[in-house]
Write a protein that binds this ligand. Sequence first.
Ligand code: GLY
Ligand code: MN
Ligand code: MN
Length: 471
Amino acid sequence: MNALLRDPVSLADAVTVHRRTLIAGAMARDGGGIAIVPTAPERQRNSDNDFPYRYDSHFHHLTGFTEPQAWLVLTSSGRSTLFCRPKDTEHEIWDGFRLGPEAAPAALGVDEAYPIGELDTRMPQLLANQHTLWFPFGVHAELPARLEGWLAEVRRRGRYGVESPQSQRDLGVLLGEMRLIKDAGEIEIMRRAARISAAGHSRAMRFCAERFRAGAASVREYEIEAELLHEFRRNGAQSPAYTSIVAAGANACVLHYAAGDAPLLPGELCLIDAGCEVDGYASDVTRTFPATGRFTAPQRELYEIVLAAQKAAIAVTRPGARHRDAHDAAVRVLAQGMLDSGLLDRNKVGDVDAVIESAAYRQFYMHGTGHWIGRDVHDVGEYLALDEAPLEQPDGLGGKVVKKPSRILQPGMAVTLEPGLYVRPAEGVPQKFWHIGIRIEDDAVITPQGCELISRDAPVEVDDIESLMRS
Ligand code: GLY
Ligand code: MN
Ligand code: MN
């Protein structure tokens, strides 16, 4: 019901006006035309019940507008048109405040706004005599069919001298480049999201320690998840940024395990990969901690390897380095750790270079070390340096591939750094390590000097985790 109290004028956002100007400018430099950006559809969960609504990230980036059933149309000359739900007292009584097209120009800084019901009649007019049509490819499943209808209508007017668009371009490329570099305001929101997530992880650690101290024989994964969600919401995060992973013991070796109802038992590790979303920005944080607050020797041995791998990744995360350098640095430390701990047998796999060359490390580390993060937890933006020549590189599977090198990091980019080790029972793998799954994940913003870890309020050193869980 908050929406009823919202002052529409407070939605006015010079930042989104500026972003639209930048995108229009980028289109103009690349042949001009007109762009269409719908927000996300509402999705039915069951019966009369929808999934919680989440607007489209590109659309929100360009408008700041959070209502469903809205479309932004932007020309390369900078003219912006919004289609949105009309004011409707009856609907607003049931579903809440609507901005409405009359208030939208003042509130959002768009040049004009119309009711969503006029989309089909107005779009052919807006598309007339625009030679290039831009939209984010592969995002909105219903868009191509809607476009076909509008384009057919424009073509029908051809005999009256109206030209219809001749080419379609991916606006996602321009938006991806723009969203890849975060401004100070975005970074501040991301810091807040990361701080709240870190508080959630610390709370979950304390909760487990207290439950076992109070005599519990086990703690269920869903109880731990509830602690995270409580901490997210009580601090104002709107929702989790992705499905929370709370994995007790062996479940940690299932990479996309969701919080279930398995019991976490004394002596096991708990892996939590959970982050909240604040004002449209994600955080993505993983911690692995011992159920009762004390690592066993084998758990500690593997944990220290993963932590050292993360530190190696952090050390190379700075302007001028390539995105892939963090992965290569982490893999080298993990591979060395696999040999030193006996996870891999030197006599069979050779030295660290051989382990990397053959990708033998993938038995225990089968994912990448990080991704862009921003509005989307796996955020938009090209990972390759498209303006550089292709090179022969490892394909990560023990072979080679010719492709463009990984992209060079710049201040304002944001990445996750998330090495791990996952040990499934197998012949030759020391039994003391079986079923241990460990990941440590933090969010980092590239600064002029290096990187700022924004989720580090959650303890990560063995001593700090054990001391938090003792307190
Ligand atoms: N939580 C998703 C990821 O770590 O990429
Ligand atoms: Mn994660
Ligand atoms: Mn991640």
